[in-house]
Write a protein that binds this ligand. Structure first.
Ligand SMILES: Cc1cc2nc3c(=O)[nH]c(=O)nc-3n(C[C@H](O)[C@H](O)[C@H](O)COP(=O)(O)OP(=O)(O)OC[C@H]3O[C@@H](n4cnc5c(N)ncnc54)[C@H](O)[C@@H]3O)c2cc1C
Length: 324
C-alpha cells in the first residue's frame, strides 16, 4: 500500500475542505471494508484519506410521517435492526441479512455499500475497470461467469455489487449529497449509478468533493421484497438479486417497481416488465410472466447465460414474497 495522509475531521465542512485541498487523489473512508482492500490491491491510490467516522450528523435514522432519512454512516447492522425499517422496508433487511458476515454488516455503512467498487476479478487483479490487457478484453476472452448480462454493449462488463441499491431504487429513494460549496443536491436513487465508457469516468453521479450524506425513502406503506440467488451463504456476493415494490390497492398492484442487482454495471430497472403487472393481482402466473419479460433483453456473455434463468426466477420469487 502506498503512503497516504489520514484525516479524521469532526464536521462535514472540514471533511470537504480536506477533500478539495489535497494535491493528489483523495478518498472518503467510511467503514473501510471495501476501501482498505482496494488500497491494498493497488486499484485505488489516494494521497489523502478523509474519514467520516467522527461526523455525527451522518449517523442514524430519523423517521417522520412521510419519510425515513438514513445517515450515510449508519451501519448495515443498525439499518437492518431498526424497527421502522423492518416494518416498512423488508426488501432492505433481506439484502443486508444476505451479506452473511456480522463483521462486515457491523463495520460496513450504507454509503459505503452504495459506493463500493466492483468485484470483477480482472479489475481487482490490476487490469483496470474494463479488464483489458494489450487491447484485448479479458472479460470477453476469459472467464466471465460473474459478469453482466445487461448493459454490457460498451467496455463496462462488470456488475454493480451493492445489494442495497436495487431495493432503494424500487422504494423510490432519493440520495442526498453535499457539494464542496456546501450546497445540497437530491439525486433519485435510479440516477445515482453510472456506466462509465472510459476508465477515468465515475461509477456514480458524485462530483469531486461531493459526499453522500443521507438517503431519504418515502414512508408510504408498500409491499416490497428482495430475493437473492447465492452460490453460498457466507462471505460472498449474490449471483443475482431482484427487489420489487408496489402499492396494494385492494388486491391490485399499482406503481410496480422491479429492479435487478448483480446483472449490469448499474442496478437494472426493468420498467417494461413492471408495467405488465399494473392493476393486476400478483399471483404465480402474473409473477412468472413478469420474470420472463424482465429478462427479454438480456445479452449474456459466453459463460453467464445461467444468470438469465436466475434473474427470471428471482423476479418471480421477489414478487410472490412481496405479495405474501
Ligand atoms: C466477504 C464480503 C462479502 C460481502 N458481501 C456483500 C453482499 O452480499 N452485498 C453487498 O452489497 N455488499 C457485500 N459486501 C460489501 C460490503 O457491504 C461493503 O464492503 C461495505 O458496505 C462498504 O461499506 P464501508 O462503510 O466499509 O465502505 P468503505 O470501504 O469505507 O468505502 C467504500 C467506497 O465508498 C466510498 N464512500 C463511502 N462512504 C461514502 C460517502 N458517504 N460519500 C461518498 N463516498 C463514500 C469510499 O470512498 C469507497 O470508495 C461484502 C464484503 C465482503 C468483504
Amino acid at each position: 500500500m502506498n503512503a497516504f495522509e489520514y484525516a479524521q475531521p469532526a464536521t462535514l465542512d472540514e471533511a470537504q475542505a480536506l477533500l478539495t485541498s489535497a494535491s493528489g487523489p483523495v478518498a472518503v473512508l467510511a467503514g473501510g471494508t471495501d476501501l482498505l482492500t482496494a488500497m491494498k490491491q493497488g486499484i485505488v491510490n489516494p494521497a489523502r484519506v478523509v474519514s467520516l467516522k467522527s461526523i455525527e450528523e451522518l449517523r442514524g435514522i430519523e423517521v417522520s410521517s412521510d419519510a425515513v432519512r438514513i445517515g450515510a454512516m449508519t451501519t448495515l447492522s443498525e439499518l437492518a435492526a431498526h424497527p421502522d425499517v423492518a416494518r416498512l422496508y423488508p426488501c432492505l433487511v433481506t439484502a443486508i441479512k444476505g451479506i452473511g458476515s456480522p463483521q462486515i454488516a457491523n463495520m460496513g455503512t450504507v454509503g459505503g455499500d452504495l459506493c463500493q467498487h466492483p468485484r470483477c476479478w480482472y479489475y481487482r487483479n490490476g487490469f483496470g475497470l474494463f479488464g483489458m490487457n494489450n487491447g484485448a478484453s479479458l472479460v470477453l476472452e476469459g472467464d466471465n461467469r460473474y459478469h453482466a448480462i445487461f448493459g454490457n454493449d460498451g467496455p463496462a462488463k462488470f456488475v454493480n455489487v451493492s445489494s442495497l441499491a436495487p431495493g432503494l431504487i424500487a422504494l423510490d429513494a432519493t440520495f442526498n449529497v453535499r457539494g464542496a460549496d456546501k450546497q445540497m443536491r437530491d439525486i433519485p436513487a435510479a440516477d445515482f449509478f453510472k456506466t462509465p465508457s472510459a476508465p477515468e469516468e465515475s461509477l456514480t453521479s458524485l462530483a469531486a468533493g461531493e459526499v453522500l450524506t443521507h438517503i431519504t425513502i418515502p414512508a408510504a406503506q408498500t409491499r416490497n421484497a428482495t430475493y437473492e440467488v447465492r452460490e453460498r451463504h457466507g462471505l460472498d456476493w449474490p449471483l443475482v438479486t431482484a427487489s420489487v415494490a408496489y402499492t396494494d390497492a385492494g388486491g391490485s398492484a399499482q406503481n410496480v417497481r422491479v429492479v435487478l442487482g448483480h446483472v449490469a454495471p448499474t442496478p437494472w430497472v426493468v420498467d417494461a416488465a413492471a408495467k405488465t403487472l399494473e392493476g393486476k393481482a400478483i399471483d404465480e402466473a402474473a409473477a412468472a410472466a413478469c420474470g420472463t419479460s424482465a429478462v427479454a433483453d438480456a445479452k449474456p456473455l459466453s459463460m453467464n447465460g445461467y444468470k438469465v434463468q436466475l434473474a427470471k426466477v428471482a423476479v418471480k420469487r421477489a414478487l410472490l414474497a412481496a405479495a405474501g
